[in-house]
Design a protein. Structure first.
Lengths: 143, 394
């Protein structure tokens, strides 16, 4: 598996190809969302909704061989694309790696201006929840 | 303002139900006030204060004419429609609505015409009754009549729905409410910019609206109330301007409208608002309505050709609001893709969550048209929506 830094560089170069074309960028983000591993229907419950997102985002995590495996879904295609970007970088890694990850691709691709301030807040909430799951799994591992 | 590019595309501004753009004359009036006339009003003993006061009160006179109130004293300046409604709830409501009394609103109300009444009901033990609506987004008038009773103290209803555009049969509602002794407040936030609103012909007891939806400045609203009701209502906020005499033992209150205008008012915006009303009067409501009706009909026709287009709110009488969804797509996504094409619309629940729940929707995309919009802009929107809709509706 490529490192967190390498995957972020990949993402940045993909967005660079799109340039300032906002329409193509949004189509691209939606397209990314369609590749998201589907979340079991039983997991689409209120308890799994990330607080602070305008649209509904369900996120669950479990430990698999010492690593954190995330699964997520959303009721909007753009948000699905956004969370798929995060999971592409952070999924199936050990908690320590997730917690230490510096997600500089967010700024490098100019995420704020692509998705606007309201969705940026939601995006920050997704990152926070991903890290909270990593903390929870890490603390279970050390018990 | 309107001649700019957004994301490299010409701006198409279809979010007029949220706020309208401002004519140059309004901007000039604002800067003109600060450049030449800035002064506190009503009590200054100098030329500037006198001039500012005169301009300020001229706006009140213009509003009086605009809604055909009997006198300018029936016009109260507030921060907006929301504050106007809250003022009525906090003063008329607390004094004249009590335990077991009933307030009627409709399913299509904006949160600003729901929450103040819920707060009042909780405080005084009154009950909130809701008029149901049809699938097309029209109130069920017979159901309203069934809800009306001698217990009804107030009917507070939206004149034109911000989400659906539906124009409610308010004259009939007011007549029926009055026959049982209930007062009626009209939420005119969406109607005053599109329709002739004549408070004497309608015979409403209160009318609330906001300047910024009428091509005017933000942070300014109006509450119209009949003199005989305003006079028996207690004051809203206490402070300067609203008093007749203050002693530490007791204060007496000023006459209307000043009784309800505590503190230094929003002088600059009030003065500039006159230019907004002059702009509307200059064009004429009939001309504005005809143009907007034409745009709405054209938008309906163009959008109906799109596979996957689902209109929301198909009442026979509407202001120029087109709410819709695209089959299989979330309204946020549609809105964001329209934005990428330079088209500004609103998406979400539009501060009408109970209405969304009734319609079984999470939200809608809302395009709302104003006098400066054109058919070619609607063509741009239809073209973009068609492209977006094809993603899920091949």
């Amino acid at each position: 598996m490529n490192s967190i830094l390498e995957i972020q560089d990949e993402i940045v170069s993909e967005f660079e190809i799109l340039g300032d074309d906002k329409e193509s960028t949004i189509y691209f983000i939606m397209e990314l969302g369609s590749g998201l591993e589907s979340l079991p229907e039983v997991a689409r419950i209120e308890d799994n909704i990330i607080k602070g997102c305008q649209s509904k985002v369900w996120l669950i995590a479990e430990e698999q061989d010492g690593k954190v495996h995330y699964m997520a879904d959303s009721n909007t295609d753009i948000t699905k694309g956004l969370i798929s970007l995060l999971l592409r970088v952070l999924n199936n890694r050990v908690p320590e790696e997730i917690l230490n990850a510096k997600l500089d691709f967010v700024e490098r691709i100019g995420m704020g201006s692509i998705i606007g301030s309201q969705r940026s807040n939601g995006f920050a909430s997704m990152i926070k929840q991903i890290k909270l799951f990593a903390i929870a799994i890490q603390s279970n591992q050390t018990v | 303002m309107l001649h700019q590019k957004v994301h490299g595309k010409p701006l198409v501004y279809f979010d007029n139900a949220a706020t309208t753009q401002k004519p140059q004359s309004v901007l000039d009036a604002l800067t003109g006030y600060y450049n030449n006339d800035n002064s506190n009003i009503h009590r200054g003993a100098h030329a500037l204060a006198d001039r500012a006061t005169r301009y300020f009160e001229e706006t009140r006179d213009t509003i009086k004419e605009f809604i055909n109130a009997r006198e300018a004293a029936e016009i109260i300046f507030t921060k907006g429609t929301t504050e106007s409604i809250n003022l009525v709830a906090a003063t008329f409501g607390r004094k004249f609505i009590g335990k077991g009394d009933e307030i009627i609103i409709s399913t299509m109300e904006h949160h600003a015409n729901i929450v103040p009444w819920q707060m009042l009901c909780e405080e005084v033990g009154a009950l909130l009754k809701i008029i149901p609506i049809s699938e097309s987004g029209e109130i069920l008038y017979e159901e309203f009549e069934n809800l009306l009773s001698p217990k009804t103290k107030l009917v507070s209803i939206v004149h034109a729905s911000n989400t659906l555009g539906t124009i409610n049969p308010v004259k009939r509602i007011i007549h029926a409410a009055h026959s049982l002794g209930a007062k009626v407040l009209l939420d005119g936030a969406q109607s005053t910019s599109h329709l002739e609103v004549d408070v004497q012909a309608l015979d409403c007891d209160f009318l609330a609206f906001s300047a910024h939806k009428l091509y005017g400045p933000t942070g300014l609203g109006v509450l119209y109330g009949k003199r005989e009701i305003l006079e028996i209502m207690p004051p809203f906020l206490g402070g300067g301007e609203m008093i007749k005499e203050v002693t530490f033992e007791k204060s007496t209150y000023n006459e209307i409208p000043f009784k309800f205008e505590a503190g230094t008012p929003n002088i600059a915006d009030v003065i500039a608002f006159k230019s907004s009303l002059d702009f509307i009067n200059g064009l004429g409501k009939k001309v504005i309505k005809a143009h907007e009706d034409d745009l709405l009909a054209y938008a309906n026709e163009k959008m109906s050709e799109i596979k996957g287009f689902i209109p929301v709110g198909t009442a026979a009488e509407k202001v120029s609001v087109l709410s819709f969804n695209i089959n299989g797509m979330h309204p946020y996504d549609v809105g964001m893709m329209l934005d990428a094409n330079g088209i500004a619309v609103r998406t979400g629940h539009h501060c009408t969550q109970p209405l969304m729940k009734r319609l079984g929707l999470e939200g809608t995309v809302r395009a709302s048209f104003a006098v400066y919009n054109s058919k070619s802009e609607i063509d741009s929107m239809a073209e973009s929506v068609a492209k977006i809709a094809r993603i899920k509706n091949k």
